[in-house]
Design a protein around this ligand. Structure first.
Ligand code: FAD
Ligand code: MLT
Ligand code: ZN
Length: 526
């Protein structure tokens, strides 16, 4: 049969899992050195190739809010509360500049509370004094939400990084907000559980940052979004009150589901300190297919077939177009693409409990796709090392684009039938002004990452791209943010996805939680 000649089908190796594939891919701006070291990519402010951006308050003409100005007495007070070592007043660039090096604030103070009580005391003081703050996790956010815009105090959750408990029986883990996602995953693995969230920034992002942005990632198609997996949160409110919404149950209908307010509220309503998460049991068998396709029509047919034929074992369905793949391959020579020469590639992962059964299903699905000429070529593997290598390709795509040159990044939800058309339309609109216009993303969740890469940010290209991208999305009744949130970069475009009544209610809620507006100002509803 044709697919036998084309596919390098590999047997399942061991019962080892996908989780073992994770080496560290990214580090935050606070690390040193820019290099590709093995498979680790490190970005840094020290890179001469990409200097610090101008202060955003100046470039974007931001009117500073009516907040107090930090003084020596405040700093001494914070030193008393947290200890001098956890009150930083120097070398703050890594906290002031966003991951994309697009937004730069001018904070003079970073505070690192070590407990909920310490954070509560800090916020109480800030609220009384009317000092503005920005909560910061791993600072991997892509919408400028995690850095100050003016001189807000940065509250870093870095020290609150413990996994407090993982219960093998219930599958419930309790974790502090500043725990790095990858560390959390490794800990869950120790008892045979899996954190139902996985994304390319896992080596740096915090679980609290993930919940605050309602991060999506690679497995939403299997585990759903965080509103389902997060069972409870603890958050400190602007006035220092501790709101305990922790829960150990999936089912809890005692009134409003308040924890959901904090999932995706981007640090504007409170600062998450702790959360409980439902972690499913690890899958014994994981297989990954990397396939090449000739058209987007074939991509859609293959997705439908994956849902129909793989059903309950389908755990990820990602798309990468040729241009996006090529950028990653150019930027990171250590990547090996198993096949080349197709306009579209899909990564289709299955996770199940019976290796032989899963393999049979996957082989059937691929044979069918090849017989119909929808799948043109590909690789299937169940070997953990190979699975890891292939996932690496997908995970390096965003970093490749960011490293290459200036990148406009969008994370839009679009109806599947219209999922890819915007990439071609945008390429025509940008013409020679752009180096690369490409698309990739979470096809299984209708979430496209449209990226426009150009030599530098100029008004001319900016105007070609925005607000067009939002108008286009809105006309199709999509969402202008499927996963990264609104932050600073999209605050002027919220109305493309939320109607005025909804925005008014959001503003009222914000006022109720944070009457002085000290929590993450200039973002989301600014
Ligand atoms: P930060 O960037 O520090 O903060 C993000 C927002 O949350 C800010 O508004 C901040 O104020 C707020 N915040 C942080 N911690 C808290 C807290 N404890 N309480 C209240 N507010 C808080 N995102 C996806 O959704 N899916 C992906 O697949 C994905 N892949 C990525 C791949 C790469 C290579 C990179 C660089 C980013 C990717 N992202 C992705 C974006 C980013 O990693 C996520 O948004 C992530 O959830 C941010 O976590 P963080 O800890 O870095 O938060
Ligand atoms: C991803 O899916 O890779 C991320 O959300 C980051 C990006 O948009 O590039
Ligand atoms: Zn994404």
């Amino acid at each position: 049969m044709r697919f036998q000649g084309l596919l390098q089908l590999r047997r399942l190796a061991t019962a080892a899992t996908l989780r073992q594939r994770h080496s560290s891919h990214i580090r935050t701006l606070t690390d040193t050195g820019t290099h590709t070291h093995g498979h680790t990519v490190v970005r840094t402010l020290a890179s001469s190739a990409s200097p610090l951006p101008e202060l955003t308050q100046i470039t974007d003409h931001v009117q500073r809010g009516n907040y107090a100005t930090l003084n020596d007495k405040d700093v001494s007070h914070f030193e008393q509360l947290l200890g001098k070592n956890h009150v930083l007043t120097e070398d703050l660039d890594g906290y002031n500049v966003c991951f994309l090096k697009r937004i730069r604030g001018n904070s003079k103070l970073v505070l690192k509370p070590g407990s909920t009580e310490e954070l509560a005391a800090v916020l109480k003081h800030c609220n009384e004094r009317k000092l503005a703050v920005v909560p910061q996790g791993g600072n991997t956010g892509l919408v400028g939400g995690s850095v100050p815009i003016c001189d807000e105090i940065v509250i870093s959750l870095q020290r609150m990084n413990k996994v407090l408990s993982v219960d093998e029986v219930t599958g419930i883990a309790i974790v502090e907000a500043g725990c790095i996602l990858e560390n959390f995953s490794l800990r869950a693995q120790e008892v045979g559980l899996t954190v139902p969230l996985d994304l390319g920034a896992k080596a740096s992002c915090h679980i609290g940052g993930n919940v605050s942005t309602n991060a999506g990632g690679l497995r939403v198609v299997r585990y759903g979004n965080l509103h389902g997996s997060v069972l409870g949160v603890e958050a400190v409110l602007a006035n220092g009150q501790v709101l305990d919404l922790m829960s150990n149950f999936k089912k809890d209908n005692t009134g409003y589901h308040m924890k959901n307010l904090f999932i995706g509220s981007e640090g504007t309503l409170g600062i998450i300190t702790k959360l409980s998460m439902l972690c499913p049991h690890e899958s014994k068998a994981v297989n990954l297919a990397f396939i090449g396709l000739n058209s987007f029509d074939d991509v859609l047919k293959t997705f439908v077939s994956a849902k129909r034929n793989l059903g309950e074992i389908l755990s990820s369905c990602e798309l990468i177009d040729e241009r996006a793949l090529n950028v990653a391959l150019e930027q990171f020579k250590f990547l090996n693409a198993p096949i080349s020469g197709y306009p579209f590639y899909m990564l289709i992962e299955t996770s199940g409990s019976n290796g032989a059964h899963d393999e049979e299903k996957l082989n059937q699905f691929i044979s069918l796709g090849m017989e119909r000429d929808e799948i043109r070529d590909g690789t299937v593997t169940g070997e953990p090392g190979k699975v890891q290598e292939i996932w690496k390709i997908r995970e390096m795509v965003p970093l490749g684009l960011i490293e290459k040159s200036f990148c406009f990044k969008y994370d839009i939800s679009l109806p599947l039938r219209d999922f890819y058309s915007i990439v071609d339309v945008m390429r025509d609109r940008c013409g020679d002004l752009a180096n690369v216009v490409c698309g990739y993303g979470h096809l299984g969740d209708s979430n496209l990452h449209l990226n426009v890469n150009c030599d530098q940010l100029t008004d001319e290209i900016h105007k070609r791209v925005e607000p067009f991208v939002y108008e286009y999305t809105s006309k199709l009744k999509g969402s202008i943010s499927a996963e990264h949130g609104i932050g600073f970069l999209k605050k002027d475009y919220l109305h493309y996805s939320k109607n005025p009544v909804a925005i008014d209610w959001m503003r009222d809620m914000k006022k109720m939680f944070d009457p002085n507006g000290i929590l993450n100002p200039y973002k989301m509803l600014a």
